[in-house]
Design a protein around this ligand. Structure first.
Ligand SMILES: [Zn+2]
Length: 176
């Protein structure tokens, strides 16, 4: 009991000292900082490279080299894009973004790695409180709609490749 009281008192004392130095105020500000919007694409995202942007408001997880179906490893376009998507989701899950801090996910789903991208969107949806939006081109539109039906994942349409639309979404987030 007495020890506990001591600790509380010591904490208060420390806080007072920090307040004098202006450290407490800074800490408070940090907590109020904006949450992160995460954009994931096995293609490039126009105007952005993978990593943090705008004081951690935006996190990009993309194939900076270009289209996954061209730069990935494999015999055909689907395998190449699929491998890029696999690598991206692997590196994403190995800890770049604390899930709690995410306020929105955008995942691009095109033609060549459509299912892998939607699969990742679904797992993000089930693991996170944050809303997930699939940004999809019109290729196999009906199948995409079917795969997403009843999942609680939003769907918006974009051009094939998604480079422009994903770039616009990232910019719009930064302007918010
Ligand atoms: Zn397409």
């Amino acid at each position: 009991m007495a020890d506990e009281f001591k600790t509380v008192k010591a904490k208060k004392e420390r806080r007072k000292k920090m307040k004098k130095k202006g450290k407490v105020k800074k800490e408070g500000k940090k907590l109020l900082e904006k949450k992160t919007t995460v954009l994931i694409s096995y293609n490039k995202i126009d105007g952005f490279r993978s990593g943090w942007h705008a004081k951690n408001k935006v996190f990009i997880c993309a194939n900076d080299k270009g289209r996954g179906s061209e730069t990935g490893q494999g015999e055909d376009r689907a395998t190449k894009a699929g491998n890029v998507m696999h690598r991206l989701s692997g590196s994403y899950y190995h800890g770049a973004v604390p899930v709690k801090q995410v306020e929105q996910y955008y995942v691009y789903s095109g033609l060549h790695a459509m299912r892998q991208a939607i699969g990742m969107a679904k797992s993000l949806r089930s693991e996170s409180q944050a809303p997930v939006t699939v940004v999809a081109c019109n290729c196999d539109a009906r199948e995409k709609e079917n795969l997403l039906q009843g999942t609680g994942i939003d769907l918006i349409w974009c051009e094939c490749g998604g480079e422009t639309k994903m770039g616009q979404l990232a910019k719009a987030t930064m302007a918010m």
